[in-house]
Design a protein around this ligand. Structure first.
Ligand code: ATP
Ligand code: MG
Length: 328
């Protein structure tokens, strides 16, 4: 069977007008418009199978939202191929739209001035849902998302968390088999974030829905995604198991050593880089391959009381990937 999402050498270039400063610049740009090209997405290839829940990560401006917009057909790719559920997204066929949903944390699909209920009714018509099907899905969503008191209040008066839940309700009314979530927990409090994560996981498992989600919140990613795709400046940086990100991008392990008494810092520093020094407790950064030899040297040369070896925390690694300060 073919993949739910199949992307090959996908690229999106935005042409933005370049303005020269001053009146003269403004005048000349009226006649000779100069453009600058922004390669938001560049030669991106990946595929996602039915039922997968994949994290789509990258620094600000890496090209995540642009990619999701191309996958949902809101944007036309500059080059490359995209197949989603067997369709070409930007053709926006109704059969395609009926099976997908794009939820963006920063942008609302609900009408601001009227209660969410009205938008839901409109969606019912757009997606040609039958009365009983609509009622059934709606009451289920209202219950799970605890939306009982929210649907008849104008959307602009809802709290951010309530609005996000109403947003999700509108996005799921037609039970899409592919869900593209762009920062679904943005601005939510910790309790709401947890509920949202639980809901996303359940939706994935219950309907074998395919979910691709972007987030800057590591808790979302760790809780939900076994697989992550990390992009940098529109290009693929990593595609694989979340667990292996650490292995691949953190060449060091951390060694916490408790000494019986204060030891000579310089002698310890000869064995590895000291990242924190609390006198009788030090944390060393040791290249993976040297961990066992350094440990045995420490034990034989110093009065060691305790020694623990840990991985660099995952969020540290991802933060380093995002801030592009990776060790080579
Ligand atoms: N409509 C547009 N016109 C011009 N440039 C754009 C447009 N949309 C996005 N870009 C540019 O494309 C690049 C990728 O933007 P995109 O929104 O996809 O990033 P992102 O990974 O979603 O970032 P964030 O984490 O901040 O949401 C950025 O440099 C952005 O400025
Ligand atoms: Mg974005």
């Amino acid at each position: 069977m073919s993949s739910t999402i199949e992307v090959k050498n996908l690229a999106k270039v935005f042409r933005v007008p370049e303005k020269s400063p001053g009146l003269r610049g403004a005048l000349s740009s009226l006649f000779f418009r100069k453009f600058r090209e922004i390669w938001a997405v560049k030669e991106l290839s990946f595929s996602i199978q039915k039922g997968e829940l994949v994290g789509f990560l990258g620094a600000n401006g890496a090209g995540k939202t642009t990619t999701l917009k191309m996958l949902s057909g809101l944007l036309h790719p500059t080059s490359g191929q995209v197949q989603v559920l067997g369709f070409t997204p930007h053709q926006r066929r109704i059969q395609f739209l009926k099976q997908i949903s794009l939820v963006m944390g920063q942008r609302s699909q609900l009408w601001w001035e009227i209660p969410a209920q009205e938008t839901l009714k409109l969606n019912k018509e757009i997606f040609e849902l039958g009365d009983s099907e609509y009622q059934e899905t709606l009451s289920e969503l209202v219950e799970v998302l605890e939306l009982q008191e929210c649907l008849d209040i104008p959307v602009k008066r809802l709290s951010l968390g309530q609005r996000m839940k109403a947003e999700l309700c509108a996005a799921l009314l037609h039970r899409p088999s592919l869900l593209l979530l762009d920062e679904p927990t943005l601005g939510l409090d910790v309790v709401m974030q947890k509920k949202m994560r639980q809901f996303i996981r359940e939706y994935n498992q219950r309907y074998r829905a395919t979910i691709l989600l972007t987030s800057h919140n590591m808790d979302d990613v760790v809780a939900l995604c076994d697989r992550v795709i990390i992009i940098e400046r529109g290009q693929m940086l990593y595609d694989g198991e979340l667990n292996r990100v650490v292995e691949r991008y953190a060449p060091h392990k951390l060694m916490t050593v408790d000494f019986q008494s204060v030891v000579d810092t310089e002698r310890v520093a000869a064995l590895g880089k000291i990242v924190s020094n609390g006198g009788s407790r030090m944390v060393l950064e040791i290249p993976r391959k040297e961990v066992s030899s350094v440990a045995s040297r420490l034990l034989s040369q110093f009065p060691v009381v305790d020694l623990t070896i840990t991985e660099t925390p995952l969020d540290d690694v991802v933060r380093r990937i995002f801030t592009r300060t990776l060790e080579k």
